[in-house]
Ligand binder design. Structure first.
Ligand code: IFM
Length: 459
């Protein structure tokens, strides 16, 4: 992967990015509540499954927790100024359910509700569109103790929470997503045990995936019945699955990966059924009459999170991924063409099934960034963002209706089981002092957006 050290975009790049210069296309940055807020026991917030999991010895790198994180709960005004200074159009954040409803059912917490109320107003005052995610993995622990996403009741509790938040914020925010990456909640949390609640039960994970989808459908129904005006959707993590070779075994592995990772969520939403051939890999599901129709609600938008492709080799030892563009600090292959492929693929496979406008709700790269003389030089991240924006521009030029790009993440933060060891931000955070410093990539992102907005991208 070539690297760019200059924080000024090249003229040739601006020409190639012209498809994104459209004022209707938004540039943003994204975060999630547990990863940045801290204030875990303040303001009446109840405990979440991530508090519980991260405080369990051995579950996270260095035993790191989100107790303090980026202390955004106290520093949110400065953070909003920081976002405004980047010149972005939009900010995507999530609401911590246990902050607004500590037990996940019953009493609401006015202090927690007030926090998000002020956050949204603060964004609007600064001219930034707020994009809300209702669930980015921090289930109230009290609901986990009643069975968590393994029981249907949780889906109904979630719909009531969505309705409440939709009523509060729905006339001020630019979008509301029900879930972020339900695949991770279901399978990293309940099959692999890497994420909260840390369970390893394949059948349960499959049922959880169904309940998450059901909760999405119920939430959309509830918010629409209540007249919520904001566009409503869901955010899925997707990757193209590539077979290492033409062998039947590798091709089958790629098809199977796609079914489990992409189709398992897309087909219920857009076709009202699970993939027919997924039986080989999934446990028997309990699906009540009406569930699939409930899940198949029309969407106003679909958020896609893209980081890498899935490389499928059935051989032993496996054929390694080529990694022509290198790997990131998580060990994930950097493969910008995969984003263009993914966008075109969504259009081809679901365009005739009511696929709504698409948003790239996450895309980003961790690096072991070092602060030197007050600066952070992160040329590989600049190249990562540049090459992925070019991929989005190519897809748009080919007719894919993609409306935004959100860099993950605004600032370094708590990377789940990896703790604070992985830095995805375009803003560096010194966790000892909570000092924020713009990395070169932040300057490049700001300069690129400004140049496109100034019309330089029209060639
Ligand atoms: O940090 C996460 C985020 O919470 C969800 N999507 C992937 C990111 C990087 O791992």
């Amino acid at each position: 992967m070539k690297s760019i050290s200059c924080t000024t975009p090249q003229a040739a790049d601006l020409t190639s990015l012209a498809a994104l210069a459209d004022p209707a296309f938004s540039f943003g940055v994204a975060t999630a509540a547990y990863q940045i807020e801290g204030g875990a026991t303040e303001g009446g917030r109840g405990p979440s499954i991530w508090d519980h999991f991260s405080h369990t010895p051995g579950k996270t790198v260095n035993g790191d927790t989100g107790d303090v994180a980026c202390d955004h709960f106290h520093r949110w005004r400065e953070d909003l100024d920081l976002i405004a200074g980047l010149g972005v159009d939009a900010y995507r954040f999530s609401i911590a359910w246990p902050r607004v409803q500590p037990a996940g059912q019953g009493a609401w917490n006015p202090e927690g509700i007030g926090f998000y109320d002020r956050l949204v107003d603060g964004l609007l005052e600064r001219g930034i569109q707020p994009h809300v995610t209702l669930y980015h993995w921090d289930l109230p622990q009290a609901l986990q103790e009643l069975g968590g996403w393994g029981v249907r009741d949780t889906a109904h509790h979630f719909a009531r929470y969505a309705e409440k938040m939709g009523r509060l914020l729905g006339d001020r925010v630019s979008s509301i997503a029900t879930h972020n990456e339900p695949w991770c909640t279901a399978f990293l949390g309940h099959q692999l045990g890497k994420f909260a609640p840390g369970l390893q039960d394949w059948a349960l994970a499959t049922q959880v995936a169904h309940h998450l989808l059901l909760s999405h459908g119920l939430a959309l129904q509830a918010m629409r019945a209540d007249g919520v005006r904001a566009p409503l959707g869901i955010v899925l993590n997707q990757s193209p699955a590539h077979a290492a070779t033409d062998s039947a075994a590798d091709q089958a592995a790629a098809a199977s990966a796609r079914r489990g990772f992409v189709d398992w969520f897309m087909d219920p939403i857009f076709k009202g059924c699970y993939p027919e051939d997924a039986g080989e890999q999934r446990a028997p599901l309990q699906v009540a009459p009406g569930d699939m129709a409930c899940i198949q609600q029309p969407l106003d938008f679909l958020g896609l999170n893209y980081y890498t492709r899935i490389w499928c080799s059935a051989a032993q030892p496996p054929v390694p991924a080529p990694c022509v563009e290198g790997v990131n600090d998580m060990g994930w292959e950097i493969h910008p063409q995969g984003l263009e492929e993914l966008l075109l693929d969504n259009q081809r496979r679901y365009g005739h099934l009511g696929l709504p406008p698409l948003h790239i709700t996450e895309n980003g790269m961790p690096e072991a960034d070092v602060l030197q003389d007050g600066a952070i030089h992160d040329p590989r991240r600049i190249e990562y963002v540049r090459s992925h924006l070019l991929a989005v521009a190519r897809a748009r030029s080919q007719g894919v209706d993609v409306r935004s790009y959100f860099y993950w993440s605004l600032m370094d933060n708590y990377e789940w089981d990896s703790g604070y060891a992985k830095r995805f931000g375009i803003v560096h955070v010194d966790y000892a002092t909570q000092t924020r410093t713009l990395k070169d990539s932040a300057h490049w992102y700001r300069n690129t957006i400004a140049a496109l907005r100034a019309g330089s991208g029209h060639g």
